[in-house]
Design a protein around this ligand. Sequence first.
Ligand code: FMN
Length: 171
Amino acid sequence: MEFQEVLQNRHAIRNFDSKEIPEETIREIIELAELAPSAGNIQAYTVVVVRSAGNRKKLHETVGQDPLMTAPVSFIVCGNGKESAAKYEDRGKNLYAVQDATIFAAYLQLVITSQGLASVWMGGFDEEALKKSFDLPEELRPICIIPMGYPAGEPRPRVRKSVNEVIYKTM
Ligand SMILES: Cc1cc2nc3c(=O)[nH]c(=O)nc-3n(C[C@H](O)[C@H](O)[C@H](O)COP(=O)(O)O)c2cc1C
């Protein structure tokens, strides 16, 4: 798929086919998304791959959003503040780890699209409840959840600001 097509084809999809995703595909997606830039190349992020029926149910109950019911795989993308703070102190903990994880997750979505799969970025959840449910250590901050699978739903119509609205000023 051409890069421009990947950008055009990535839509938030909230309903998925039950078809399984092979472990090898999941690993390949993560490996490609790891090409994302990160502060000092530290890659201060980590990902929980949620696949089993029991853990998918737990994730859905913890977060309460419907895409988690049908997605055969969900990624909980976490920033690792401790890892980035070791080099960048507070800025690493509070900013770079969040940015590293965010950029990685954005790449994940594009790689997923390029593989003919679909996903949705999910940011609406209770961080502490999620950490507790999935037994995540203090230093990990869940940044987003990316449910993924073969699409079973249509995307909503795409609306975007005009380029002029996005440019604050050209100097
Ligand atoms: C930071 C962020 C948080 C989001 N949180 C949610 C969410 O909790 N649930 C959801 O269904 N979609 C969520 N979305 C998806 C957006 O609604 C979606 O990306 C946006 O409407 C644009 O549509 P598109 O992705 O199809 O281009 C989130 C997206 C971002 C970037």
